[in-house]
Design a protein around this ligand. Structure first.
Ligand SMILES: NC(=O)c1ccc[n+]([C@@H]2O[C@H](COP(=O)([O-])OP(=O)(O)OC[C@H]3O[C@@H](n4cnc5c(N)ncnc54)[C@H](O)[C@@H]3O)[C@@H](O)[C@H]2O)c1
Length: 344
């Protein structure tokens, strides 16, 4: 049995607890929130009558001595939560983003290494069937190597809460999913970025609700991202809409079910190369999916088998580096080199 304390009983904690109750061999032994009423409410809602409830993670970890911590707090509290978890010799699965600054990201990853604990991030949007299918299809070489990756994200939610007050809200709180998916789908190695952020006149956010970025993903690959969190009308999928151009064809995905590809065939029609539709194969049984549930299961498997999970902090920090590079570029108006995460 793996005993777990969950910290941060706000909106997202439901997704974690919904997933956790589907897993045999996982017990939530503690619930922590600065607001004790929230933790108590979750305990009632999920029938966790024996869980220790508290407002201090340190205190609850001392009382329960669990194997792992599930961190669902706001990004600003992540470093303190991570250090508390590792000090109590716990493995740590954390909500995205891994940290709220490059310094804190490096410090958390280093603390995990020193503690010898598994540390992974819920970067759940790569655990999506069509993201897995795209990676496998591109790896097959059916349309050649990807050269140009384009993603559009236009969703306009009224969350309230910390997002409406934070800086760089789109880049720091949401774009990480799209950047991580891009890096994963084309096996990119981020090397640099130009980015601009702006606040449309109708925005209900303090700063950074809209952004456009161009990344160098290594090997000549470019990734363009256009996004807004206050663009009303023609909403895109939460996964973004995608066009991936490769050497011998292209792929488009609406971020939902429509995934199509075309490949060049011999001959010309006037000015244009002839093209044909080509099927993107269905999901392979080996492709791991399932959002929060899939990631929690991978995290547990890694602990049990002494391996590293796919969304380990040492890899996820590369997607986070895309976010911080984009923020620095938006602030300075310059292209920013994205450091390779050496030794990570
Ligand atoms: N993976 C996804 O798809 C996805 C979607 C939405 C949000 N998130 C992430 O989930 C995290 C939480 O988001 P949310 O929407 O649940 O926020 P929220 O504000 O609803 O909940 C956060 C909770 O953490 C508590 N908290 C803050 N600091 C704490 C501390 N030091 N100790 C104990 N409790 C503390 C707050 O009291 C609050 O109840 C964020 O990092 C967010 O980016 C991920």
């Amino acid at each position: 049995m793996m005993n777990v304390v969950l910290v941060g009983c706000g909106a997202m904690s439901r997704q974690w607890l919904d997933a956790a109750r589907q897993i045999d061999g996982l017990a939530i032994v503690g619930l922590v929130d600065l607001d004790a009423e929230r933790a108590k409410a979750r305990a009632r809602e999920y029938d966790l009558t024996r869980a220790v409830i508290g407002t201090s993670l340190d205190v609850v970890l001392d009382q329960t001595r669990p194997d792992a911590v599930f961190d669902v707090v706001v990004p600003a509290a992540r470093r303190a939560v991570a250090f508390s978890a590792f000090a109590h010799h716990c493995h740590l699965l954390t909500e995205k983003p891994l940290a709220d600054s490059p310094e804190n990201a490096r410090a958390i990853v280093e603390a995990a290494r020193q503690a010898g604990r598994v540390h992974a991030v819920v970067q759940n949007r790569r655990y999506v069937a069509n993201v897995r299918r795209i990676r496998r299809f591109l790896d097959s070489g059916a349309i050649g190597a990807a050269t140009s990756i384009h993603a559009d994200f236009f969703v306009a939610p009224h969350f309230g809460g910390f997002r409406e007050e934070m800086a760089h809200v789109l880049l720091l709180d949401m774009a990480i999913h799209t950047f991580d998916a891009a890096r994963y789908m084309v096996a990119g190695e981020p090397a640099g970025v130009y980015c601009q952020e702006w606040e449309p006149a109708n925005s209900w956010y303090r700063q950074g609700s809209s952004a456009a970025a161009v990344f160098d993903l290594g090997g000549g690959k470019r990734f363009t991202y256009a996004g807004s969190w206050c663009a009303v009308g023609f909403r895109t999928s939460w996964e973004s809409t995608w066009r991936i151009v490769a050497e011998r064809g292209s792929l488009i995905w609406d971020g939902n079910d429509a995934l199509k590809a075309e490949v060049v065939v011999p001959g010309r029609d006037g000015l244009f190369d002839k093209i044909e539709a080509i099927e993107v194969p269905p999901l392979d049984p080996a492709d791991r999916i399932g959002g929060h549930l899939g990631i929690i299961q991978d995290f547990m498997r890694a602990i049990e088998t002494g391996t590293e999970p796919e969304t380990r902090g040492t890899d996820n920090i590369k997607s986070l580096a895309m976010v911080f590079g984009a923020i620095e570029s938006a602030e300075t108006g310059r292209r920013v080199a994205i450091p390779t995460q050496e030794g990570q």
